[in-house]
Design a protein around this ligand. Structure first.
Ligand code: NAD
Ligand code: ZN
Length: 376
């Protein structure tokens, strides 16, 4: 794929990627997905997204070629490739913070390396393509276990670990009430995973009814359309004995084009672009001493946190990119045991050549779309 500017992507012929470093592998993509994070790029929100960049950080593929220093992979291996590019050795990787690798993207204020996620995330071309160069090939990729469906495998590159980590960062205690903002793939998975941590009640808020219907069955969760609520914060307090939720998860992020965003004028909500609605709701709806877990992606300098409420209520905020490699062993186990069924989220299988349509469908939430998978 080739990024041509906001809302413009197309398929182009590009040179075959090559081994540039002895730790590289070249992978022939078998499946790739479009993620809500790609929509931030598509909407032109991510700094330093260059014309000609190939997006795609969620992909599986077959190893074609490996560099001289690669020991764990060989041609023919069918692999899950985590979305983080990580060296495995730096200060951050050694703590399991593979999403914050300092070697794959040495900018101190930025995320680590991410496939296909602009030069802010290292400038690596991504997997919405036929072939992709995979750096540090011994660190990230994991062979797809025998018998695992490739659609389950591709969801393990991001959606499952991100939803799981959202729940993990929430520090859910047995019986807790967890509110998830956002019923996209990430929020759906966070709601499902909240049960694995012992939640007693899981509530999901969105404004797209087909997604709420899905997560009601799938998580299963109580669901509410925020457009039918006068004030979602007041409503959550009302259904939690006036206390607020134990844990709130932001699975929306701050993309002005993709989200319904708010300013508060008195008690009324005004939906408009430009503010972090879901995050403000999460902070205001969590109980005193509660935890807000943020996996929704914001622009680097986005700054809409009602910090006085955070202080006065004694809230803990935890946020990060998912550390995919750290979580993969236990998540593969959950999938194989049937405790998580990721491929159920896949609603669309679209040929790579139709990428422009695929982005439009997912961005505009058309045709019941939850998760689109691209087939090269
Ligand atoms: P998506 O666009 O499919 O889903 C977002 C959902 O949020 C939509 O259903 C939308 O209707 C809903 N929404 C919008 N405003 C809302 C509000 N105020 N309250 C409640 N719901 C609201 O995207 P996705 O693939 O599910 O990704 C969700 C977020 O997670 C994105 O910001 C994405 O960048 C981020 N993400 C983060 C990581 C990570 O590692 N931290 C990984 C993957 C995705
Ligand atoms: Zn993603």
């Amino acid at each position: 794929m080739n990024y041509r500017g906001p809302y413009r992507v197309r398929v182009d012929h590009k040179p075959m990627p090559e081994i540039l470093h002895p730790q590289d592998a070249i992978v022939r993509v078998t499946r790739s997905c479009i993620c809500g994070s790609d929509l931030h790029l598509y909407h032109g929100m991510v700094p330093d997204t260059r014309i000609g960049h190939t997006f795609g950080h969620e992909f599986t593929g077959i190893v074609e070629e490996v560099g001289g220093a690669v020991e764990n992979l060989k041609p023919g291996d069918h692999v899950i490739v985590p979305f983080n590019i990580a060296c495995g050795k730096c200060h951050f990787c050694r703590q399991g913070l593979f999403g914050n690798c300092h070697e794959a993207n040495p900018q101190a204020t930025a995320v680590g390396g991410i496939f296909g996620y602009s030069h802010t995330a290292g400038g690596y071309d991504g997997g919405q393509a036929e072939y992709v160069r995979v750096p540090y090939a011994d660190v990230g990729p994991v062979r797809i276990p025998e018998g695992m469906d490739v659609e389950d495998a591709v969801m393990l590159t991001d959606v499952v670990p991100t939803g799981y980590q959202a729940a993990e960062m929430g520090g859910i205690a047995r019986g807790d009430t967890v509110v998830v903002f956002g019923a996209g793939p990430v929020g759906i998975m966070a709601a499902r995973c909240a049960w694995l941590f012992g939640a007693g009640r899981v509530i999901v808020i969105d404004h797209i009814d087909y997604r709420l219907d899905f997560v009601r069955q799938y998580a299963p969760a109580e669901v509410y359309n925020f457009r039918s609520l006068e004030d979602p914060v007041w409503f959550i307090k009302k259904i939690t004995d006036g206390l607020g939720a134990d844990v709130c998860i932001d699975a929306v992020g701050g993309d002005a084009a993709g989200s319904a965003l708010q300013t508060i004028t008195g008690a009324k909500l005004k939906l408009q672009a430009g503010a972090a609605t879901a995050l403000v709701w999460a902070i205001n709806a969590v109980k005193k001493g509660g935890i807000v877990s943020i996996v929704g992606v914001y622009g680097p300098t986005a700054n809409m946190v009602p910090i006085g409420n955070v202080l006065n209520k004694g809230i803990t905020i935890r946020a990060n990119q998912a550390s995919v490699k750290r979580l993969l062993p236990r998540l593969i186990d959950h999938v194989q045991a049937g405790r998580i069924d990721p491929k159920a989220l896949v609603t669309h299988r679209i040929p790579l050549e139709e990428i422009s349509d695929a982005y439009h469908i997912f961005s505009a939430k058309l045709d019941g779309c939850i998760k689109p998978v691209l087939v090269p």
